[in-house]
Ligand binder design. Sequence first.
Ligand SMILES: C[S@@+](CC[C@H](N)C(=O)[O-])C[C@H]1O[C@@H](n2cnc3c(N)ncnc32)[C@H](O)[C@@H]1O
Length: 272
Amino acid sequence: MADLPFFSDADFEQYRTLIYHESGISFTPTNRSILESRLKERLRENGMDSVKTYFAAISKDKEELKAFLDSITTNLTRFFRNQAHFDALEHSIVPELLKIRSGFPTTLKIWSAGCSTGEEPYTIAMLMQEILPPPWKFEIIASDISLKCLMTAKEGFYADSRITGIPDNYLKKYLDKVEGGYKIHADLMSKIRFDYHNLKNDSGLRNLDIVFCRNVIIYFDEAAQAAVINRFWDSMASKSFLFIGHSESLFGMDTKFEFVKTEWATLYRKFI
Ligand SMILES: C[S@@+](CC[C@H](N)C(=O)[O-])C[C@H]1O[C@@H](n2cnc3c(N)ncnc32)[C@H](O)[C@@H]1O
């Protein structure tokens, strides 16, 4: 592939300011090369040869701005990623919520924020389907800033190489073998609403019982992390739980979330 046309320090500054402002994602001189390679791809797809012309384009064309933001995201994920979180969900969080919510409407509302290609919400859905006793129900909202990822997630097709991590009994029960991979059952899919949502904005969601936002804020700087986390607070019900990635932390952040240590994993709770 041809080299990126001249990309000065001033261009880099302009791009990284726009990206930060539009998504919270923080590029630094250390990861500048990632931005350069993604930008090269967008220029090629748009038949452009100037980073300045492309900047002008994304400044006025909202759709191209979305495509550009999509292109700079890191979407690595997998089914049952960090099993300890799902053990904590099954053995500690869900039993506690069922106790706390007894007598209230019997639907648990869960948000997978930054769901990438869907492996995380489908993992949660399979597990909830297994562990929730009737009459309890659940609904999952799964959102991302990447439209490409959301399309994959909504399709529910995963190549053979991507289904590692799903226990055999779940694989048989919730997915069908199709050519080249597996397809999620329609009734499991119906439990999840996939939506485009940029975490720099308020989602409008309220009264959530559990939020998963794992391996997302790691790409944000401290101020953007705190803004996202405090918006989660507003979306969550009194007595609810927040899972973040195991290499992420709210330590030192100005937030009202309390740290919870279960036998399986650590997480956060809103307990007022
Ligand atoms: C590394 S993936 C994590 C996927 C999954 N949560 C997991 O832990 O396996 C991070 C996801 O966050 C999304 N993301 C990054 N910035 C975002 C933003 N401002 N709003 C919404 N999603 C964002 C990316 O598009 C990407 O799909």
